[in-house]
Design a protein around this ligand. Sequence first.
Ligand code: PGA
Length: 249
Amino acid sequence: MARRKLVVGNWKMHGIGSDLAEIRAIAEAAAANPGVDAGLCVPATLIERAVREVPGFPIGAQDVHFADKGAHTGCVCTAMLTDAGATMVIVGHSERREAQHESDEEVRQKAGAALDAGLLTILCVGESLAVRESGAAVETVVRQLGQSLPRDRDVSRLAIAYEPIWAIGTGKIPTTDDIAAMHSAIRHELLDAFGPAGESIRILYGGSVKASNAAEIFDVADVDGALVGGASLNAADFVPIIQAAALKG
Ligand code: PGA
């Protein structure tokens, strides 16, 4: 099945007002590549200004609380994100699963709340280096995904990001065979969970995606785009990745 490629930048804890010009440059380049869906997940403090700067270009958040309001100091809920103009959110990034001790169950609730709010929801999964070296990467990620997937929901706005933890920010990437095996296993799990609707869910690869390796990664079966950290911080690095996706569209 042909799925439109989706390339999303994850700015992590980078980005203040003086970076809006970079966001504008990225959005303009994305508009010149209409065959690919692109967007940026910026710090919460920058969402509203980014949306004003580049109306129509998808701007998202990097996390959300699952509750709709309440006594949750420091957290934001889906209504706050949509009120700020966000149209996407990342949930379950490994940096949050590790540093904030987010469980699969918490990620599942976040993903459900985000889908209910109509947000394009990018649910991240991925294995540690120890798990990869033990040979249990596929079974571990499939189990993590199964426990993190929201059930009984419209999943038309769900995307999965496979991000091996050991590939994030390290310059290392799995072999294309390993990426293919993982994405195929994820696709099977999605079909199991959602039936035919699982066929249209996009599966992104993330972890050290750069202009120099993007084309090769986008050629892998069942790779429907990328979640890009470091190389999304400026247009010079990010735009060639969007262009590589457009060429494979
Ligand atoms: P990276 O990060 O592209 O800098 O490796 C990817 C991510 O964490 O989403």
